[in-house]
Design a protein around this ligand. Structure first.
Ligand code: ADP
Ligand code: MG
Length: 526
């Protein structure tokens, strides 16, 4: 606000002067400059000049108009400005205006009028009108910001990928978005007459009652639960429901914000992982049973061979009484039968040549299988695969080996989380796969026993067969296992390294052929 000549900083003022007398315009400008304004004025005399001035990109602050000009008057000017939609304070300064015309001009939208003989009234009028215009602009700005915030809110609310609703505290829908309406299988308008409880199972409503009561009593700010929700057609779907109490300042009635996520896909994936885990455990058991049968068969086979030889020698004795010979022949046939059983058991355990899978894919599959369990137990899985491992192919049975090692590593970190690293590289015709964890490690006195069948420190949860089977499969493929473990200090954890001959998909020795060789090699029993 100008405060007179002492004020060194002049207030800029862009004025549109609708005036046909140049001297009068100059007089007005001087008057304004004396009052402390840095005036930037343009004088217009015709409608066209006014229209041209209004499209000036620099905005005007004020219009001062003479009441009657030869070609057009203040009323015409007012109409042009109003039509342009620009909000400008409009003050009539005239030597001639009579009271009736002044009142009519004010009715038409002029903000004030001042007689040329009373210019002392002009400054307060300008100050007042500029202040009013500022307030009008501020209000418009606030309204525009509010409109924008509302538009953003409704866009977020309506386009959200999750279901959202506001309800009264007794559960009536006040607002709900399109996604929730789709989930519940009805139109938004139809749902607005219903309550959230109408879509919940009665048994689950009961279990939510105390959480909801705590929420309303403000003993908690929100809660999250997995629930089964009912669709409008009576079918159900699993959902994650989050409730939060909304109590904006000044609003006496609290409302509840609900966020609903359809977790059917996640549940299906979890089921699939559980199924896979069960299958994996079953195949661990199966492989163990196979190995056990193989051990027995092999152990029996050696004395059996000796017995077969003895009976053969007995049968060739000429002086054997006829009755005894008959008994020896029966015994020899039975021994032959036992031999057949053990031989077929041994061949059963040998891997049949068939499909192979590249090492990188195999490791990625195993890691993928354990990913959700790792996340659940705050275990980070890192993988470091060298480029050259993709060309190495193995029997899919090796998946069991890596699954056992990764499974054990995760189980060692279940309590406190940690980091699991799977590394694979190729060195001198061997593939080397290392599984390291930052788990509790293996006690020194257990190191001798962990590869024995049925040794477990996991009680009911363990089978004690994982490492035994693992070693069996690795050695059967001509590989070796190395283990390092530490139970104390910062570097606690276990690292197991599997070294396997790198079977390449080479045309001369195809992986299939190499696998066949490995499978047909004599089974080593430890
Ligand atoms: P299970 O896992 O069913 O107990 P395993 O043969 O896979 O049977 O493992 C035998 C035992 O070896 C486990 O019970 C555990 O004590 C120990 N063990 C194996 N791997 C780890 C590891 N990564 N960290 C700590 N202990 C391990
Ligand atoms: Mg195990």
């Amino acid at each position: 606000m100008p405060t007179g000549p002492i004020d060194t900083v002049k207030l800029p003022l862009r004025v549109l002067l609708i005036e046909d007398y140049e001297e009068d315009a100059a007089l007005l400008q001087r008057h304004l400059a004396r009052a402390g304004y840095a005036v930037d004025a343009r004088r217009v005399e015709t409608a066209d000049e006014l229209r041209d001035a209004l499209v000036d990109p620099k905005p005007w602050d004020l219009v001062i108009a003479d009441y009657t000009l030869p070609s057009f008057g203040a009323r015409d000017a007012l109409k042009i400005i109003q039509d342009s939609g620009i909000d400008l304070p409009f003050i009539i300064v005239s030597g001639t205006i009579d009271e009736v015309s002044a009142v009519n001009a004010m009715r038409a939208g002029a903000h004030d009028y001042v007689l040329k003989g009373h210019l002392e009234r002009l400054l307060p009028a300008i100050e007042r009108e500029l202040a009013d215009a500022r307030k009008r602009n501020e209000r418009l700005g606030t309204e525009a910001a509010l409109r924008l915030a509302q538009q953003r809110f409704s866009a977020t609310f309506n386009q959200a990928a999750v279901g959202m609703a506001h309800t009264s505290t007794d559960g009536h829908f006040l607002l709900l978005n399109q996604r929730l309406a789709e989930m519940l299988g009805a139109q938004v308008e139809k749902l607005l007459s219903l309550r959230l409880q109408d879509f919940s199972l009665p048994s689950e409503l009961e279990s939510d009652a105390s959480l909801y009561a705590e929420l309303l009593a403000e003993r908690r700010t929100g809660y999250r639960a997995e629930r089964t929700l009912l669709r409008h057609d009576g079918s159900t779907f699993p959902a994650q429901v989050t409730a939060s109490l909304l109590k904006p300042d000044g609003d006496p009635l609290p409302t509840v914000l609900w966020v609903v996520e359809d977790i059917s896909a996640r549940k299906a994936a979890e089921r699939e992982t559980t199924d896979l885990m069960t299958r994996l455990i079953n195949s661990e058991r199966l492989a163990a049973a196979g190995r056990m049968a193989n051990t027995l068969a092999h152990e029996i086979n050696n004395p059996l061979e000796a017995l077969t030889n003895i009976f053969y020698l007995l049968q060739t004795h000429d002086d054997l009484p006829a009755q005894s010979r008959e008994l020896v022949e029966v015994a020899a046939r039975e021994i032959e039968r036992v031999g057949h059983i053990t031989r077929s058991t041994l061949s059963f355990y040998r891997k049949l040549p068939g499909r192979t899978i590249d090492l990188r894919t195999m490791l990625e599959e195993v890691v993928q299988l354990f990913q959700s369990r790792a996340t659940q137990h705050r275990v980070e899985i890192k993988t470091r695969y060298a480029e050259n491992i993709s060309a190495i192919r193995y029997d899919p049975a090796l998946r069991q080996v890596f699954a056992n090692l990764v499974g054990n590593a995760l189980e060692a970190m279940e309590r406190g989380g940690g980091c699991l690293t799977v590394r694979a590289r190729r060195v001198d015709g061997f593939a080397s796969v290392t599984v390291s964890d930052s788990g509790h490690g293996i006690e020194r006195e257990h190191l001798q026993s962990i590869f024995e069948p049925f040794f477990t420190t996991k009680g009911e949860r363990g089978t004690g067969l994982g490492l035994w089977v693992t070693r069996g499969i690795v050695e059967e493929q001509g590989g070796t296992l190395r283990l390092r473990s530490c139970t104390t200090g910062k570097k606690h954890g276990t690292t197991i390294c599997v070294r396997l001959p790198a079977l390449m998909a080479d045309p001369s020795t195809t992986a299939e052929a190499a696998i066949t060789q490995a499978a047909e090699a004599p089974v080593r029993v430890n």
